[in-house]
Write a protein that binds this ligand. Structure first.
Ligand code: PEP
Ligand code: MN
Length: 339
């Protein structure tokens, strides 16, 4: 259930309703909206006794939630959530945000070279894994904490926000310390203990869709994070497994309007993992923006043939520039822009 406060409800009234909810043995999640605050209730096994809240000062109405997820649902918050990464970088607002960088951090020189080029082309975030979930245990597994130190240097040198993946509890603590956004990868989308830990983290989370996750499973994974109190979540479509073998995965762009309909969370698209092919990254980036994505995350490498991970899907810096030029032209068709 959720409690919709009246438009003019005071802070004290909102606090009082939250206190009452906690007294009933549940957790209260006050989510401010453009016109009114909604309070999500979690932790209840059966129905919540609405009568105890209905008459409280400032309460507009108590409404049952029709979906299995509560906090990520549009029902809780009509307008889209804008995730503020600081320094004027907002995900989910009018501006589209682009993250770009190599699949894996390989060296300071590699990271800085790529960061400077993507920054010049208009990326606001730098991506790059320090912990890599690889199919083979013999493949490059990432530089670990050394990679995170390189990422912080990139932040100060290139002035980009940093997004990087945490693969377990230990790396999560380190990633939270060094990065601006904690990435939870496709393979961990249903690692529920990791999701809960990310929910307790003080940094925003980029949650990638699992390789075979339905939309409900994807949103329930986000719900795990939110239920712990972290409301700053960015969803990411990165392709799902299908019978199609002309691409690495099938980029499910139809999930973008579906997410926007059901949830208030922003969603960005990863056409690099979504297609696995360098030449398909540009057309699918254009399509992602056209379908209404809130941003893109793109793998870029200055020497992709020597990349330690995902070189075949990494585009050259000059191709990234071209991509940014194209999406800047498409965005205004949807009433959006790119800073
Ligand atoms: C990545 O972003 O480099 C990555 C491993 O992505 P995914 O979890 O979507 O495979
Ligand atoms: Mn990759």
């Amino acid at each position: 259930m959720l409690v919709l406060m009246k438009a003019g409800a005071t802070e004290a009234q909102i606090r009082e309703v939250c206190r009452k909810i906690e007294e009933m043995g549940y957790k209260a999640h006050p989510i401010p909206g453009a016109t009114r605050t909604a309070i999500g209730i979690t932790g209840n096994q059966g129905p919540v006794e609405a009568a105890l809240l209905d008459d409280m000062p400032g309460v507009g109405e108590c409404v049952p939630v029709s979906k299995p997820y509560k906090l990520v649902a549009r029902e809780l918050k009509e307008e889209g959530t804008i995730v503020d990464l600081g320094g004027g970088v907002l995900v989910g607002g009018n501006d589209l945000v682009v993250a770009a960088g190599p699949c894996a951090i390989e060296s300071l020189e590699q990271a800085l070279t790529i960061a400077r080029s993507v920054r010049a082309a208009g990326a606001r975030l730098f991506r790059g894994g320090a912990y890599k979930p690889r199919t083979s245990p013999y493949s490059f597994q990432g530089l670990g904490e050394e990679g995170l130190r390189i990422l912080s240097e990139v932040r100060s040198e290139a002035g980009l926000k940093i997004v990087t993946e945490a693969v377990d509890r230990e790396s999560l603590d380190l990633v939270e310390r060094y990065a601006d956004v904690i990435q939870i990868g496709a393979r961990n989308m249903q690692n529920f203990s990791l999701l809960k830990a990310a929910g307790r983290a003080k940094k925003p989370v980029l949650l990638k869709r699992g390789l075979s996750a339905t939309l409900d499973e994807f949103l329930m994974a986000a719900e795990y994070i939110m239920a712990e109190g972290n409301y700053r979540i960015i969803l990411c479509e990165r392709g799902v497994r299908t019978f199609a073998d002309h691409t690495r995965n099938t980029l499910d762009l139809s999930v973008v309007p579906a997410v926007h309909r059901l949830s208030h969370l922003p969603i960005i698209v990863d056409p690099s993992h979504g297609t696995g092919r360098r030449e398909k990254v540009l057309p699918l980036s254009r399509a992602a923006v056209a379908v209404g994505a809130d941003g893109l995350i793109i793998e870029v490498h200055h020497k992709p043939d020597q990349a330690l991970s995902d070189g075949h899907q990494s585009i050259f810096p000059s191709q990234f520039e071209h991509l940014m030029r194209d999406v800047r032209q498409i965005a205004p068709v949807l009433g959006r822009s790119i800073q």
